[in-house]
Design a protein around this ligand. Structure first.
Ligand code: FAD
Length: 432
């Protein structure tokens, strides 16, 4: 891969900058281009040529649409628009001393391993969703985290489901210990989706005269489900779900095994279920383990400007970063913005005061509930803040659908006012 000379000004004796960014977070290279302009050459390496819009997969599944047809957005036209190079490659190693990334071109089988040099590296490869570590998942488990599994569940619901009990919940998340001073420790990686699927499942059962919420048990390895949403919201949510008839099991510690008849846990009795919808441990990629930039489990250590303290030309954003807890898209977006400001500062295009504002994490999510309704959570109390907003209704649903449409239409460039306006409308129109 030939890197071309950057067209922008030269700074600090560098005549040009190379930046290799590994990510599906399209927003990240776009933000870097927006803030650092032509002072950087950007190369994106991803094993896929499309972006998978994960948050709306459950909605497609329960509304009996194959998510394969609606949740893929082509990456290459968006990259071309912002003059970025794109390599369809599988990253297999990073050497932070020689500043090289090792990758295998994957467009055709049989390619030889290649290396690319970087001046700056932003690691945004997400995490492995470790279903393969759960005994019995392959035979008896279901999930909604990609289009294959989503469509498999859709088929099960509409063609095989016999009306038995349903269990929905997470395996234990194993967070590293090196960033404990920056973010709290979570026992589940991302519990918005199990809450969303629980509510949608209850509505789906009712709408098909197959029962209702009382057939559904949601479980968590932690003391509280979705604890990162803050105690006030979790209590309100559990009270509401209890009134609707859902069952709840906490402190399961981990999933030990999935069988034909149910789920066995590390703590407490097993749960009988015909349908088992599972969210696994989010595990760092094998090539990230034992790198000098990684924590004790393999997530990339950064400060809250998403910069690695030992190797300041290395950044991480999204699920791959140790400080991204829970593993949420909104935090990936916030991290992208913060990292892009740092790069802009380094190339002399942004002043220190503006660039050095750290990420202030917030759990912001809209989850489908079925019947054209959704819940909206916006909270930072888990991180020590005082914002706690929880709403349910038709407006968040409309915004969830519209956000995805806007994301695809603008090739990822949802205007900066998009999320705040969505938040504002949700809060105003669902008050009371
Ligand atoms: C069912 C579900 C619903 C969710 N709903 C929400 C929601 O409503 N709101 C929210 O904020 N978050 C939600 N999340 C979480 C959100 O999807 C993730 O936090 C977000 O996708 C993380 O983005 P990322 O770019 O860090 O990682 P990913 O989205 O996983 O992207 C990683 C990219 O890196 C590429 N890659 C991986 N390994 C390699 C490699 N070795 N070489 C080259 N490329 C590689 C992949 O192809 C991919 O394109 C949900 C998650 C699930 C499972």
């Amino acid at each position: 891969m030939q890197l071309s000379k950057g067209g922008g000004p030269s700074w600090q004796n560098h005549t040009f900058w190379y930046l290799v960014q590994i990510s599906q977070v399209l927003v990240l290279p776009q933000k870097v281009r927006e803030m650092a302009g032509d002072a950087v050459n950007i190369t994106v390496i991803d094993r896929k040529t499309y972006l998978l819009f994960v948050p709306n997969i459950p909605m497609e599944v329960f509304e009996n649409r194959n998510p394969l047809y609606s949740m893929h957005m082509p990456l290459i036209p968006a990259m071309k628009e912002d003059h970025m190079d794109f390599i369809q490659g599988d990253v297999q190693g990073i050497d932070v001393e020689t500043q090289t990334v090792e990758f295998l071109p994957v467009e055709r089988l049989g390619a030889a391993v290649n290396r690319i040099h970087y001046d700056y590296l932003i690691i945004a490869v997400g995490a492995r969703l470790a279903y393969d570590k759960i005994e019995g998942f392959h035979e008896y488990g279901h999930t909604v985290s990609d289009t294959y599994y989503g469509n498999r569940l859709r088929h099960y619901l509409y063609h095989e489901y016999k009306g038995g009990p349903v269990a929905i919940g997470s395996a234990r998340f194993h967070q590293g210990t090196k960033t404990r001073d920056l973010v709290p420790t979570a026992e589940a990686a991302c519990e918005g989706p199990p809450v969303e699927v629980m509510l949608t499942m209850g509505n789906w059962l009712q709408s098909r005269n197959l029962g209702g919420p009382d057939k559904v048990t949601v479980f968590t390895p932690a003391e509280w489900i979705a604890e990162d949403a803050g105690q006030g919201i979790v209590h309100a949510l559990l009270a509401k779900a209890g009134t609707m008839g859902f069952h709840y099991r906490n402190n399961t510690h981990d999933i030990t095994r999935i069988t034909k008849d149910g789920i066995e846990f590390a703590n407490g009795p097993s749960l009988d279920a015909e349908l088992k919808i599972i969210f696994p441990d989010w595990v760092p990629h094998a090539f990230m383990k034992d790198l000098p930039i990684s924590d004790d489990v393999g997530f990339v250590i950064t400060d809250m400007t998403m910069r690695n303290p030992k190797y300041p030309n290395v950044f991480a954003c999204g699920d791959a970063a140790a400080v991204t807890v829970p593993k949420l898209g909104i935090l990936a977006h916030m991290g992208a913005e913060v990292a892009a400001r740092q790069i802009a500062k380094d190339v002399g295009l942004m002043n220190k005061e503006l660039a050095d504002q750290p990420m202030k994490p917030i759990v912001d999510c809209i989850g489908d509930m079925g019947n054209n309704k959704a819940f909206y959570i916006s909270s930072n109390t888990w991180y020590g803040g005082n914002r706690e907003v929880f709403r349910m209704g038709h407006v968040p649903y409309l915004l969830k659908v519209q956000y995805k449409e806007m994301f695809f239409r603008t090739k990822g460039k949802v205007p900066d006012w998009g999320i705040p306006v969505a938040d504002f409308l949700t809060e105003m129109l669902t008050k009371g």
